[in-house]
Design a protein. Structure first.
Length: 222
């Protein structure tokens, strides 16, 4: 899975000096640099947000379905997180709900997140870094090397005309630009590595879950 990455809307300041939470439509997570404190806050907050998501979904099935639709749209561009539901996208649908919003804000305050956007940014960053880790020690893919390899193959393909090569190289640039959006920021993978076991526990990852992910996520639908 993956959260769609786009520039996030910055929270506006109220006259009282506190950050004003954006509406659900404005939540577009972006990556931020991670450290141990942020990763630990993510790990502590996730189960509480997940429990709240389940509670609100049971109370508001119509809204829950809307949130699930939004999540599914983002899933094509998000780091894999096993079979876990995604409270980041799902709870955004409740930010404009006067009954649900205080419950969300209570969890944010408890774990030192100023706004829901801040929580979403950290969650986005942790999930992408987690998705880039390789339990076999390989680490994330070297996109620059992969791109150079394909560029050379295109340039050396005698079956292609110069115009076809130019077109293929342009398409390649666009494809890799999109992929780079989902590469973890420098240092973020190292920041999450000490917490891999705890993060896997959040999503109920086990050997079976790893096999499902290796098989293309066939087990994501329950």
């Amino acid at each position: 899975m993956a959260l769609a990455v786009a520039p996030a809307a910055f929270a506006q300041q109220t006259q009282g000096g506190q950050a004003e939470e954006p509406s659900a439509a404005d939540i577009e997570p972006k990556q931020v640099p991670l450290d141990g404190k942020k990763v630990e806050a993510f790990i502590a907050a996730w189960p509480e947000f997940e429990s709240l998501r389940e509670k609100l979904a049971a109370e508001n099935p119509a809204t829950a379905n809307q949130g699930k639709d939004k999540k599914d749209q983002a899933d094509s561009d998000e780091a894999e997180v096993g079979e876990a539901e995604d409270p980041v996208g799902a709870l955004a649908a409740y930010l404009d709900d006067p009954k649900a919003k205080p419950q969300i804000e209570a969890i944010l305050k408890k774990h030192n997140f100023a706004t829901y956007s801040d929580w979403a940014d950290v969650a986005q960053s942790v999930l992408l870094a987690f998705g880039a880790t390789d339990t076999n020690g390989g680490g994330g893919a070297d996109l620059a090397a992969e791109k150079k390899k394909v560029q050379d193959e295109i340039q050396n393909d005698a079956a292609l005309s110069e115009d076809e090569k130019k077109s293929a190289l342009k398409d390649l640039d666009e494809q890799f630009a999109a992929l780079e959006s989902f590469q973890p920021l420098p240092g973020n993978v190292d920041a999450v590595k000490p917490y891999l076991a705890k993060i896997k526990d959040l999503f109920g990852d086990d050997d079976e879950g790893d096999d499902q992910k290796a098989g293309g996520g066939a087990g994501e639908k329950k």
